[in-house]
Design a protein around this ligand. Structure first.
Ligand code: UDP
Ligand code: MG
Length: 329
């Protein structure tokens, strides 16, 4: 009988811990065809009482595994740490704020048993999120879809079930600007979607301010597309063609009519406009060079402060736990 892991990253989620554990447990208990499960809770360097509360719950339930990172590494890396430590035959990744309803897990497991390697949850509605967030999220999903060669599902977050072979594939991909949902699409294998309505947060506030959202969006696009790099060349061709035509017209006017335009407006416009375009081009180059620099340093993706689990033996067979040098290539 297969086993299940549920992985949730937590950053200052003290108000959600009790409810999260309660609902995850209920969901895992109700999952069909599952023989044993673990709940991997990753503390992403919380500064509130999250760890203390996690430990209190883990003391009463050996199926809870606590993964502590050495500091705050961010959502995607915390999730990666959880996936690395997880041992189940199928792994569900879920947010800790209960925006993703755990009650969907049995249905995900059902689809997995039917033979799908990835079951991702597509947001039909989003409750309790600002119009701004919904609108920017939509814009982001559509833009990435247009710019990337990998078909990344629209309106699907990281809430998904992955089979062991998909998680093992993710373990091999150690790029640091992680865009997990994109990587999962890249991996391939049979994938399917189920729809759900996204709830509002159970407690606390979003840990994704606009600046982090923007960073995340840039990571998503630059990780999966080199189209922006070509922006400067495409634009250069267009501007050169226009300049050539304008040049011919000007010369023609000068020769045949002797007319010469004193064009301050057009000159200053051309200078400012092209200056702006050049700066954008350099900025895009910088984005990619920065990523090359990050990758070349080869630092570990995250550092573990500890893995606390009741039983150190693997749940399933053949699933090694990367407890030495986690996150290294
Ligand atoms: N999170 C994390 N580290 C961070 C920021 C967020 O582990 O630096 C976790 C957070 O605790 C939550 C999940 O990532 O479980 C999603 O974050 P959040 O709900 O704040 O994002 P939103 O749903 O607003 O996009
Ligand atoms: Mg949330």
């Amino acid at each position: 009988m297969p086993t299940l892991s549920i992985v949730a990253p937590l950053y200052n989620e003290e108000g959600n811990v009790a409810e999260l554990v309660r609902r995850l447990r209920a969901a895992a208990d109700g999952a069909p065809g599952i023989d044993g499960y673990e709940i991997v809770l990753v503390d992403d360097g919380s500064t509130d009482r999250t760890v203390e509360l996690l430990r209190r719950h883990a003391a009463a339930d050996p199926r809870l595994v606590i993964v502590r990172l050495s500091r705050n590494f961010g959502h995607q890396l915390a999730a990666t740490a959880g996936l690395d430590v997880s041992r189940g035959d199928a792994v569900v990744l879920i947010d800790a704020d209960l925006q993703d309803p755990p009650e969907l897990i049995p249905a995900m497991v059902q689809r997995w048993l039917e033979g799908f390697d990835v079951v991702y949850a597509v947001r039909r509605k989003r409750k309790g999120e600002s119009r701004f967030k919904i609108w920017t999220a939509r814009l982001f999903y559509r833009t990435t879809q247009r710019l990337t060669k990998v078909a990344i599902p629209v309106d699907a977050g990281d809430f998904r079930l992955m089979s062991r072979r998909v998680v093992d594939a993710l373990k091999v991909i150690r790029e640091r600007h992680r865009f997990i949902r994109g990587l999962v699409s890249w991996v391939g294998f049979p994938q399917t979607a189920i729809e759900y309505d996204r709830d509002s947060r159970f407690s606390g506030e979003s840990k994704y301010p606009v600046s982090k959202m923007l960073r995340f969006a840039i990571d998503g696009i630059t990780s999966f597309s080199d189209v922006p790099l070509r922006f400067a060349s495409y634009f250069g061709f267009i501007v050169s063609a226009i300049a050539f035509l304008v040049g011919i017209v000007e010369i023609g006017l000068r020769i045949f009519t002797g007319y010469n335009l004193p064009g301050y407006t057009s000159t200053i416009f051309a200078i400012l406009f092209l200056g702006g375009v050049q700066l954008i081009g350099i900025g895009i180059l910088g984005e990619y060079i920065g990523r090359i620099y990050e990758e070349i340093k080869g630092r570990p993706l995250y550092l573990l402060a500890g893995v606390e689990r009741a039983d150190p033996a693997p749940v399933g067979e053949g699933n090694s736990v990367p407890s030495v040098s986690p996150g290294t290539r």
